[in-house]
Design a protein around this ligand. Structure first.
Ligand code: XMP
Length: 511
């Protein structure tokens, strides 16, 4: 085990992720609980994370002195380096020329940490983000690398197996960062490296059992990867004390409701309730065209329907497929209010109202890790690899008032688009691809006759977490082929366009 002491950095979980990728289990503990975690887990190494504070601000976080004094390998990153330095007898200071972004470090001495990765005399790109810097290393530390803005970019005390990095090795903008973290946990700390998703699965199941005890859990299923993996994991852990509630709001993709139902039909250890609420949702959406009004209507009805079902179950817990990026987004670094771009759809508020406690077994994972876990749980590749789908469903891919006829057109066109993407072997290279039916009619000509039908927009983006996105650069012949099929096979569409807007400035969905 590696213990990661969290000082509140936005990217602490990326450290955990890199440690997992090196095949080593890690525990993240906030700095004020780190000593208890250290005594409980007996880690072979400790990593001190970055953080927003400054070490010379009154009351800024410190590491438990027992950890600093413990004879165990240590790696301090950014703020973690300041903490180690000051608590081991050196000095750090606020820096006038704060450094943010890409920087180049020059390696000035060899170290077991860098063996086979960086050699003395080389220069390498790293990602810096700091306001403080070390001005006097702690006794016994020597400089391994420096940068123009940080004379102590890497400090090492080899006899204590203690290292301080000024830059962030956990982010992808430090190209060799993952290898440095792997070197620390495997070579310096000597962790074995035999941890896998199978281990995660077993541990998650054990921890669900410990949390839930003899209680009952309700889980909302949307058909998406996150909620499905959550449900299946819970099913393994607690069997028929789990009730899955699947609200079909009539805004799902082609065959989606049937696929989800089929997946649980084969399991007799889980209670599966499907609620057909299409009429309810579509009537409420009748005539609504403002995007936020649509989102709010759907969110409100969803909670109502879900709550009614949930009351019957008498649950103690609500399971949610919250992922790590959702956790980061909701804890703003500045503490300041951030602007609502879109009202995201979830069952927020429900747990308090119903007195339910939350079970969130995926909250430390990233999307691709959730997919790996889904495979580990035996879910089909078709389901596990599925593109993300928003809670409000097709309603936000149908600008203007939603109609049943429009949804039908959209479902058919979307299915053709996805089928062609799969046939071309491109599905997994794309984060999300979908069709949007525009409330605009244009003139066309088909077989000597004039047509006056609607425009369909195609969207496809690449992304790692949905926060930013680039357009997918399809071959124009591919797009032409998809357009021809859609116009020929789907009545109601006579023109197809491709959305070439990245995020930002666009968002992924159109509403
Ligand atoms: P945007 O459109 O904001 O979307 O760029 C980013 C990602 O989030 C998905 N999305 C949602 N997911 N409930 C969800 O569960 C929602 O209300 C919602 N709105 C957008 C979107 O599909 C994309 O993957």
């Amino acid at each position: 085990t590696i213990l990661i002491v969290d000082f509140g950095s936005q990217v602490t979980q990326l450290i955990a992720r890199r440690v997992r990728e090196a095949g080593v289990f890690s525990v993240v503990a906030p700095f004020h609980e780190a000593e208890a975690a250290f005594n409980e887990h007996r880690p072979v190494g400790v990593i001190f994370s970055g953080g927003p504070a400054s070490t010379h601000t009154e009351g800024s976080p410190r590491a438990p002195q027992a950890l600093i004094d413990a004879d165990v390998p240590k790696l301090g990153i950014c703020y973690g380096q300041m903490v180690m330095t000051t608590q081991m007898g050196g000095r750090a200071e606020a820096d006038d020329h704060r450094e943010f972004g890409r920087a180049e470090v020059e390696v000035v001495a060899g170290s077991p940490l860098l063996d086979g990765i960086w050699a003395p005399g080389e220069r390498h790109t790293v990602w810096m983000s700091h306001g403080d810097r070390v001005v006097e290393p702690a006794p016994g530390f020597k400089v391994i690398a420096r940068s123009p803005g940080a004379p102590f970019a890497i400090l090492a005390n080899e006899s204590k197996r203690a290292y301080g990095l000024m830059f962030h090795p956990e982010v992808v903008h430090t190209p060799d960062g993952a290898r440095l973290i792997e070197a620390f946990v495997r070579r310096i700390a000597g962790a074995r490296g035999d941890w896998t998703m199978a281990t995660f699965r077993d541990e998650a199941i054990a921890s669900i059992r410990a949390q839930v005890g003899e209680g009952r859990v309700i889980c909302g299923l949307s058909g998406g990867v996150d909620s499905t993996v959550t449900a299946v994991l819970l099913a393994e852990a607690i069997g028929d004390r789990l009730t899955c509630i699947f609200v079909d709001h009539g805004l799902l993709r082609q065959n989606e409701a049937a696929d989800v139902e089929a997946m649980f039909a084969g399991r007799n250890d889980v209670i599966f309730n499907k609620v057909d609420a299409a009429d309810l949702f579509l009537e409420a959406l009748d005539g609504v065209s403002d995007p936020e009004a649509k989102r709010k209507t759907i969110g409100r009805l969803f909670v109502e329907v879900f709550e009614k079902e949930a009351r019957r179950v008498n649950g103690d817990f609500l399971a949610q497929g919250t992922l790590y990026p959702d956790v980061i987004e909701s804890v703003s670094a500045t503490g300041g209010p951030s602007v609502t771009i879109k009202s995201h759809h979830n069952v927020g508020g429900l747990p308090e109202r119903m007195g339910l406690k939350l079970v969130e077994p995926l909250r430390l994972l990233f999307k691709d890790e959730v997919r790996a876990l889904g495979r580990e749980l035996g879910l089909s590749e078709l389901l596990v690899g599925r593109h993300p789908f928003p809670g409000p469903g097709l309603a936000i891919r149908h600008p203007g008032p939603v109609t049943r006829e429009g949804l039908d057109v959209l479902r058919k066109a979307d299915a053709i688009y996805i089928e062609e993407i799969r046939a071309a072997g491109l599905y997994n290279a794309i984060w999300q691809a979908f069709a949007v039916l525009l409330p605009v009619q244009t003139v066309g000509v088909m077989g000597d006759a004039r047509t006056y039908e609607r425009v369909l927009a195609l969207r496809a983006v690449t992304s790692t977490d949905g926060m930013t996105a680039d357009i997918y650069p399809f071959d124009i012949n591919f797009l032409g082929r998809v357009a021809a099929r859609i116009v020929n096979e789907v009545r109601g569409v006579n023109r197809v366009v491709y959305d070439v807007t990245s995020k930002p400035p666009g968002t992924i969905e159109w509403e």
